[in-house]
Every structure is written in structure tokens, then in C-alpha cells.
Ligand binder design. Structure first.
Ligand code: NAD
Ligand code: IPM
Ligand code: MN
Length: 374
């Protein structure tokens, strides 16, 4: 069996950590009897600075031939914040309609968590983040000196009464951004969450802020109740996003599958990353079950560590395990996570985990463990 995987190393530490990820996946393939063929795409800040290209039509056409993309990270100090993030990462998630952002929050054995008295048995849940809607749809506008007017009709209805602004005047500077939630967009990601919970401990917690943003998250809640009714074997609960940040810290053991709108999901998964031991350990998958999926660490490009061989590759390697899972290579996927646990037990970890190993040193050790069938 051979799997073709597109690789986008990206910026900062991205290329170094993905390099180790590819080596580890290859070692898993050797052990479990499949081949991986990696095709690299030079998408990222360097190319943008040289040519002005973010994602070209050619890139998208090429990438669409792959079922899996292995992605490092994007973001560079020389480029205005948002240009690469929106023009590459979000553009890929949207183009390939990767509507599930799967982010396991699991404390591995031997990793220290900042939560007192919590162990691996207490921190083991999965955040299923909606990945194509909400405040990420990019509908908004600004007006102000030198910017002219945003959509005046929208502004009139949204703001003039509320704030008493003279919206015709350039002196009034304001901005707005609209969140969009659809019935189908919510249903499909919730359906994924319920199916996942059915294979785990059978509980889904929904996140919203329906007490304030009652239009968008009112619809989200309504759809959640409908999907829940079709899965009577799964226990459900509603949580407000502010409260869930408290419960993640106080009682992480309550959670099994957490389904959340896009922006709240972004925020609560950085909190999740910290309780599972840090950003260097937190993986994610952007999944379109019927199309091209993309796997990446949830952290960014950590530019200050670029090229120093000190970044932690574990989040990326673990994301590679999610990639194998999506291909149905369950045994290999499990062996990769087991190898990560062994590496941690052996103390071969980078300095963010208080170790002295290098990025490639962790990769070497993981490859060796997989090769030795340990
Ligand atoms: P970041 O995740 O890059 O880094 C935050 C801090 O976490 C770093 O300073 C570092 O101390 C630590 N860290 C992160 N990953 C690590 C690793 N593998 N090993 C060791 N330490 C690690 O977040 P930031 O500094 O806010 O953003 C830097 C750039 O990355 C920005 O341009 C941002 O937009 C972008 N970004 C990209 C992604 C992505 O590609 N998925 C995600 C988040 C941020
Ligand atoms: C993440 C990141 C991205 C997001 C950014 C870089 C666009 O923070 O993957 O969590 O907001 O989704
Ligand atoms: Mn984020």
C-alpha cells in the first residue's frame, strides 16, 4: 500500500518539525507494511516575499489530488499579521471544506501538567472545533480617516442607533465583523462529534454563548438539541464558553468530546494545550471526511526558534498519528503515540519539557523506538 502525502513545511520552525514528522511516519510505515510518498510544496513566507504569491490556483489544483496534507506552521515577522495566516492556512481549511478541526487534549504519561492533582486519567478528551464558519467567515468592514466608508447600509442598521455615531462622517472610526452559523454547518460537525463520542465514553459537551450572542449561538443550540435527539445513547450538556475555561482547569475529567463554534474552539484549545503539557505537545487535524484533510500542530511558527533545532516536534509527530488514523492505519497511529510516550519516559525531550534533546534528536529516538518494535 502506498499513500501520497502533500507536505507544507511553512515558516519558522515548521520545516524542521515536519521533517521529523515525515521520518517518524516513514518508520511507522516500515514497521506496519505501507509506504508513504511525500511531495513538498514551497508555500509560505519565503515564496510570498519573493513573488507575492500566497496560494495559487496551481497549488490548489495540485493539492486537491492528495487525500492528506501534512502542515508545519505559518507566520513570519516580516509579513503583516494575518496575511499568511488567512491567505494560506485559513484559505486551505476553507477551500478543502475541512469542517472538523479535531484537537485531542490528552495528558500523556510522564508529562507534567500545571493542574495540581491531575493525572493522565483525568485529562483525556477531544475538542471538535467547527472549522469553516462563525467569526472566521471574513465578513466585515472598517471606516475611518483615510479608509472611506464601510457598507453604510449595514452600519446604519448595526451601529447608528446603538452608538449615536454620525456614520456619514469620516471622523467616526469603527469596524465590524460578522459571525455566521448555519444549520447544515453546525449539524455536520455535531454529527461527527456524536459519532466520535459513541466510540469513546459517550458524552458530548456543547460550547456557546447563547446567553448573549443569541442569534448565532441560539441556532447552534437548536441544532445541537436536534442532533442529540438522534443519538439517545450519548449523554449531552450545554456549557457557556466562559464557564468551560473554568471547568477545563477545575474538572477536566468531566469531558469526553467537546463540540464548539470556530472562534471559541481556537481559544479553548490553547488552554487545552497548556493543561496537556504545553503547545509543543498539542496536535490537530483539519478534516473533510470525504475530501482532502490536513494535519498540523496547533502551535504557530515560533520564529524565535527557527533553524535552531530546539523546537519540540512531538505535536507535529502526534498530528502525523492523526493523519495515519484518517487513512485507516489505526495500528500504526497507535504505535506512533506509544513511541511518543516511550520517548518521554526515556527523558529524550526538548527544553520546553525541561530536557536537553534537540528536535532531530527526538526524531532519531522515535524512529529507533518504532524500528525496534518496542
Ligand atoms: P506560537 O505558537 O508560534 O508560539 C508561542 C510560544 O510557544 C513560542 O514563543 C514558544 O515559546 C512556544 N512554542 C510553540 N511551539 C513550540 C514548539 N514546537 N516547541 C517549543 N516551543 C514552542 O505562537 P505566536 O508566537 O503567537 O505566533 C507566531 C506566529 O505563528 C504568528 O505569525 C502566528 O500568527 C502564527 N500562528 C500560526 C499557526 C499555524 O500555522 N497553525 C498557529 C498559531 C499561530
Ligand atoms: C490555530 C491558529 C489559527 C486559527 C490562526 C493562525 C489562523 O491560531 O490553528 O489555532 O485561528 O485557527
Ligand atoms: Mn489558535
Amino acid at each position: 500500500m502506498q499513500y501520497d502525502v502533500a507536505v507544507i513545511g511553512g515558516d519558522g520552525i515548521g520545516p524542521e518539525i515536519v521533517r521529523e514528522g515525515c521520518r517518524v511516519l516513514e518508520a511507522a510505515g516500515d514497521r506496519f507494511g505501507f509506504d508513504l510518498s511525500f511531495t513538498e510544496f514551497p508555500i509560505g513566507a519565503e515564496r510570498f516575499l519573493e513573488t507575492g504569491e500566497l496560494l495559487t490556483e496551481d497549488d490548489l489544483a495540485e493539492l486537491s489530488r492528495f487525500r492528506s496534507i501534512y502542515f508545519g506552521s505559518i507566520g513570519d515577522d516580516r509579513v503583516r499579521p494575518g496575511v499568511l495566516e488567512k491567505g494560506i492556512l485559513l484559505a486551505l481549511r476553507f477551500h478543502f471544506d475541512q469542517y472538523v478541526n479535531l484537537r485531542p487534549i490528552r495528558l500523556l504519561a510522564g508529562v507534567s501538567t500545571p493542574l495540581a492533582n491531575k493525572s493522565p486519567a483525568d485529562i483525556d478528551f477531544v475538542v471538535v472545533r467547527e472549522n469553516t464558519e462563525d467569526f472566521y467567515v471574513g465578513i466585515g468592514g472598517r471606516q475611518g480617516p483615510g479608509r472611506g466608508h464601510a457598507d453604510l447600509e449595514v452600519l446604519r442598521s448595526l451601529y447608528s442607533v446603538r452608538f449615536g455615531l454620525d456614520i456619514e462622517s469620516d471622523a467616526d472610526e469603527l469596524a465590524y465583523q460578522v459571525g455566521v452559523v448555519t444549520r447544515e454547518g453546525s449539524r455536520r460537525v455535531m454529527e461527527y462529534a456524536f459519532e466520535l463520542a459513541g466510540r469513546r465514553r459517550g458524552k458530548v459537551s456543547s460550547v456557546d454563548k447563547a446567553n448573549v450572542l443569541s442569534d448565532v449561538y441560539g441556532l447552534w443550540r437548536e441544532v445541537f438539541a436536534e442532533v442529540a435527539a438522534n443519538h439517545p445513547g450519548v449523554e449531552t450538556e450545554y456549557t457557556f464558553v466562559d464557564a468551560i475555561t473554568m471547568w477545563f482547569v477545575k474538572n477536566p475529567e468531566w469531558f469526553d468530546v467537546v463540540v464548539t463554534p470556530n472562534m471559541f474552539g481556537d481559544i479553548i484549545t490553547d488552554l487545552g494545550a497548556m493543561i496537556q503539557g504545553g503547545l509543543g505537545l498539542a496536535p490537530g487535524g483539519n478534516i473533510n471526511p470525504a475530501g482532502t484533510s490536513m494535519f498540523e500542530p496547533i502551535h504557530g511558527s515560533a520564529p524565535k526558534y527557527r533553524g535552531m533545532n530546539v523546537a519540540n516536534p512531538i505535536a507535529t509527530v502526534w498530528a502525523g498519528s492523526l493523519l495515519l488514523d484518517s487513512l485507516g492505519e489505526y495500528e500504526a497511529a497507535g504505535a506512533v503515540v506509544a513511541a511518543i510516550e516511550r520517548t518521554i519516559a526515556d527523558g529524550v525531550v526538548t527544553r520546553d519539557m525541561n530536557g536537553t534533546a534537540t528536535t532531530s534528536g527526538v526524531g532519531d529516538h522515535l524512529v529507533e523506538i518504532l524500528g525496534s518494535r518496542g
